[in-house]
Structures are given as C-alpha cells and as structure tokens.
Design a binder for this molecule. Structure first.
Ligand code: HXC
Length: 515
C-alpha cells in the first residue's frame, strides 16, 4: 500500500481516539471521570480490544450539526477479552455531544449486541450520556427503542451488564433496567426518569442529583443498583469479578476453578455460628464466608433489603448463587423487597445454569397493613414462583427456623429442591413455639388457675415435638440431618453430583410470573 494511504489511515484513527478533543477530555478528567477508551482499557485484558465502527459519523443535518462531526459518533464499540473470555461492549463518550444517543450511535450499539447474541458472549455497556440527542428528535428516541428491544431479546441468552459512569436520564435508564446487573459509582453516576428540575415543577420537591438518583439512593432505597463502588477503577474491577462467576451464555455452565477435593475436612467452626438461644440474632454472612472457597463471596444488592442475602461464590470450585435469610436484619423475615430481590437473583441464576444454594433461617413473612396493602401476596409469590420454576441444581440447608409459608418458599423439597439438608438446630413448623401454643391452647390457658405454668409446660412439649428437623426428615422432606462440621463436604459433594442434573419445565410460550 502507498505510504500516504497508510498515513491517512493513521491520521484518521488518531483523530478518532481524541473523541470530542483534548479540552473535553480535560474537562472529563476534572470531574473525576475517565474517558470512554480509558475505561475499556482498564476493564479488559491488555491489548485485547478490537474496535469496530470507528469511522461512523452522524447523519444529522439540523441545528448546525452538519458542521460538527466526530468519528465514532460518541460511542466506542467492539469486542474484547476479560480473563480470557470474549465479551461485546460499548462505551459512551461524554466528550462528544455529552455522549448523547443519536440514530447512528444507537445503530453501533445494536450492531455489537446482535453480534454478541450470535456469538453467545456477554454484553457490557459503559453508560455516560446526556440521553437522547436532542437535535435528532424522534430518530434518537427510535434508537433507544431499538436498544430496549435487543436488551429484552438478549435477556436470558447472554449476561448483560450495565455500568453507569455519568448521567443516565429519561427513558435511557430503561436499557440498564432491563439488563441483569447495574453498577454505579459514588458521586459521579446518576439515574432518574426525570431530573431535579422537573421533579420540582411537578411535585414541588427540592432534591439534588445525588439524593434523587445517585449511587447510594439506588443501592439502598430503590434497589435499582446491584453494585456500588467508590471510583471507576474499583467499579470496572467489579465487572471483571462478576464475570468470573458467570458462563458466557445460557447454553454453558460457568467454568469450574481447580479445587482439591482431598483438601476438604470437617470444620468445627460451623458449630459456633448459631447461638444457643433460638431467638438471638447472628450474622448469616459468617456462615457464607466459612462455606465459600477462599472466603470469596461477591454479594449482590448488599445494602438493599438486607434481611435476605444474595450473591455468588464457589463451592469446591463450582460457581453457585447463594440465597440466604439474614437473622441479623428483621430476624430474617421475608417481606416485599427481600422477596423481589431474591426472586430476580434466582431467575438470573436459573437462566444461566448457575446452581443455587439456599441457607434458611426464616421466621415467616412480615405481617402488617403496610406489607399487605403494598402487595406482599403478589411480591412474595415472585420468590415462590422463581424457586418453583428453577431447574438448575438446587440445594437447601436449614440451619435454624423454617416456619410457615416461608419454609415452602425457601427451596423446599416440595418445590424441587434436589438435596435438602438440615442442621440438628433446625426448627421446621407452621409457626414458632410461642405463637403456636398460644393459639392451640388458648382456651385451656385462659381457664387455667396457673396460666404461666401451663403455657411453659405446653411450650416445652411443643418445642420437643416440633422444633426440630426430624419430623420433616421422617417424611423425606429433609434428605439428611447433618453434623454442622461436615457442612462444606456435604454441599460440595452434592453440587458435584448435581453437575449432570437435567430437569425441564412443561412446554409453553413463557411463564407468567406474578409481576
Ligand atoms: C445533545 C447534549 C445532550 C443531549 C448534553 N449535551 N446532553 N447534546 N443532546 N441530550 C451536550 C451539551 O450541549 C454540551 O455540549 C455537552 O454535551 C456537555 O454537556 P454539559 O451540559 O456541558 O455537561 P454537564 O454540565 O456535565 O451536564 C450533563 C447533563 C446535561 C446533566 C447530562 O448536559 C443535561 O442535562 N443534558 C440534557 C439531558 C436531557 O434532558 N436529555 C434528554 C433526556 S430525555 P457542548 O458543545 O456545550 O460541550 C431522553 C429520552 C430518552 O433521554 C427516551 C428513551 C425512550
């Protein structure tokens, strides 16, 4: 090739790499934000990024945009490797029209998404955008809708991860919302349907960006964000870590890590987790950390609905999704938010062949008008539905309470738990001893000359009879009551055996989960 032609190509590429120009890059850095390309370089394996569509320009001829052209049109797209596995990605470039989404910008995103589905590889979107490119009007709205449709079609086919690294406003939030996981960064990323000014006009509320749609708001209050980090570097590392637990698509299993089964030993630390007093709280994360390989547990939604814990870990090298009640928060009761949080996680794991480990210590569903009027029936049903529907390997360990409907819901044998274990401390019953005795023996106790004595007598009788795992085990609802010391060995063996599990749901168009 002629030297001049090569020089022309190099010149074009050098120009493209500068996006909106050096001044805009400087402004981006001054806000504590990285550029679209710096983010990609940090997130992917060294030198693995293969860009496409660098030459694309917008086609707008309105509002003087015909004179303002940038190569790539505000989004960098392509393919790369993360820990050796291929991913498709797009990274919005705020230095070009504030990363706003034009017709061509959306076409680039749609192109990599379509390729990702054909290749069966995860899609990662790095979002930093002022939303629809205002000058393009309905063309950019159409572009968003094209992305929403593909997000929906790709759901359950390949994992989709959204990383919010700047503003994300208007209908634009709905692409991340459809994806599987949302990462946010404290102080620099925002998500809202309408910004503070519109909120003030409509509801007269005074609220700033951070409070309305900052990372903490979505991590703690709304549950929109699954992961929050202090800065962009930690966030991008978080994406790498998350991918390590996932397969590339719905036909694969997440890769096992090497694990020496001979190294498994009984471990007496499991015996010290449950307090002697059955009403005393304790931290379920202690149990989780003892169980997972290298104490490496990646919690999802760690600050939202903390009465249930969900996240990824490895057991004997096998990637598993863990769902656990947290007795330390609201006694581990199931309520609306914890049910929805758990249900979405269970469905993700089931969609991508990630086995489920369910750790149970649950006193039941939360009573009260607030819960009933807001639909605990409908929302609690989501968790029940998700566990019922899941066909991945499902292992349950009841460590203490499993009361009432919550016993059924938390991956009981009856809803296709493959291995259901219990510790000797398990209490499996319709309700806790006190509530049960007060109902069953109400008349006798009220007529008794010594009601306290009778209550205590009945309590100890009931506790002796029902607050244990043996009645359930007699029926085969519990496969084995295990010595806590042997917990990890039992679970690792179970998940190894279940690797060849095949189960199916009846043929249908799709199910109708109670939304
Ligand atoms: C075109 C935009 C733009 C947009 C920002 N810019 N948003 N250009 N369309 N939507 C341009 C700005 O004009 C500016 O260009 C550059 O990007 C940087 O923007 P600044 O305002 O200087 O940056 P900053 O102060 O950091 O504020 C960022 C911002 C603000 C909060 C995002 O720009 C903003 O409020 N933009 C509008 C947001 C919005 O209302 N979007 C439409 C939402 S509705 P110059 O040349 O001056 O550097 C929507 C519908 C989606 O998205 C529907 C899907 C169904």
């Amino acid at each position: 090739m002629e030297k001049t032609k090569q020089e022309k190509l190099s010149r074009i590429k050098e120009e493209a790499i500068l996006g909106g120009g050096i001044e805009k890059i400087k402004a981006q850095h001054e806000k504590g934000k990285l550029t679209a390309r710096e983010r990609i370089e940090l997130m992917v394996d060294d030198g693995s990024f293969e860009e496409i569509d660098l030459f694309v320009k917008h086609r707008s001829r309105d509002f003087g945009l015909e004179n303002e052209q940038y190569l790539g049109d505000g989004v960098v797209t392509g393919f790369a490797k993360i820990d050796g596995k291929s991913v498709a990605l797009f990274s919005q470039d705020f230095t070009v029209f504030g990363g706003s989404l034009s017709e061509t910008h959306s076409e680039k995103i749609v192109k990599v998404m379509n390729m990702a589905m054909k290749l069966g590889i995860p899609i990662i979107g790095l979002n930093d955008s002022g939303g629809a490119r205002i000058q393009e009007g309905v063309l950019s709205l159409g572009g968003y809708a094209d992305i929403f449709l593909l997000n929906t079609l790709a759901s359950g086919v390949v994992p989709q991860i959204s990383v919010i690294l700047g503003p994300c406003a208007g209908g634009a939030v709905y692409s991340p919302a459809i994806t599987d996981f949302i990462f946010m960064v404290r102080n620099t990323s925002y998500m809202f349907v309408t910004g503070p000014n519109v909120v003030k006009t409509v509801t007269h509320e005074e609220v700033n960006f951070e409070n309305l749609g900052g990372a903490d708001t979505h991590a703690i209050k709304s549950g929109v964000a699954h992961f929050v980090h202090e800065n962009e570097i930690e966030t991008l590392n978080g994406v790498r870590r998350l991918l390590s637990y996932l397969p590339s698509n719905y036909l694969e299993r997440a890769a096992d890590k090497d694990f020496d089964l001979a190294s498994l030993k009984s471990d007496s630390r499991f015996e010290n987790i449950i307090p002697d007093n059955p009403t005393k709280p304790y931290d379920m994360k202690e149990l989780i950390n003892l169980l997972v390989d290298d104490q490496d547990f990646m919690e999802v939604h760690s600050e939202y609905a903390e009465n249930i814990i969900v996240g990824f870990g490895r057991l004997g090298g096998i990637s598993v999704g863990i769902v656990a009640n947290q007795p330390e928060v609201l006694a581990g009761v199931l309520d609306i938010n914890s049910s929805v949080k758990g249900a979405r996680f269970v469905r993700f794991c089931d969609a991508f062949n990630i086995p489920l480990l369910v750790l149970v210590d649950v006193p039941g569903f939360l009573p009260g008008t607030e819960q009933e009027w807001n639909g605990i029936i409908r929302h609690g049903a989501k968790l029940l539905f998700a566990f019922c529907e899941a066909t991945v390997p499902k292992v349950t360990l009841i460590v203490r309470k499993a009361y009432g409907g919550a016993y059924d819901v938390m991956n009981s044998k009856h809803i296709r738990g493959d291995f259901n274990f219990a510790w000797p401390s398990a209490e499996i019953a319709v309700m806790g001893p006190k509530g049960a005795v007060e109902i069953i023996f109400k008349k006798e106790i009220s007529k008794s000359e010594n009601p306290d004595e009778l209550l205590n007598k009945k309590l100890s009788e009931y506790t002796e009879k029902f607050a244990n795992p043996y009645i359930a085990a007699e029926r085969g609802f519990i496969d084995d009551v295990i010595n806590p010391k042997e917990t990890k060995i039992k679970l690792v063996n179970a998940f190894n055996l279940l690797k060849s599990k095949v189960d199916k749901n009846p043929k249908k168009k799709h199910s109708n989960i109670p939304l």
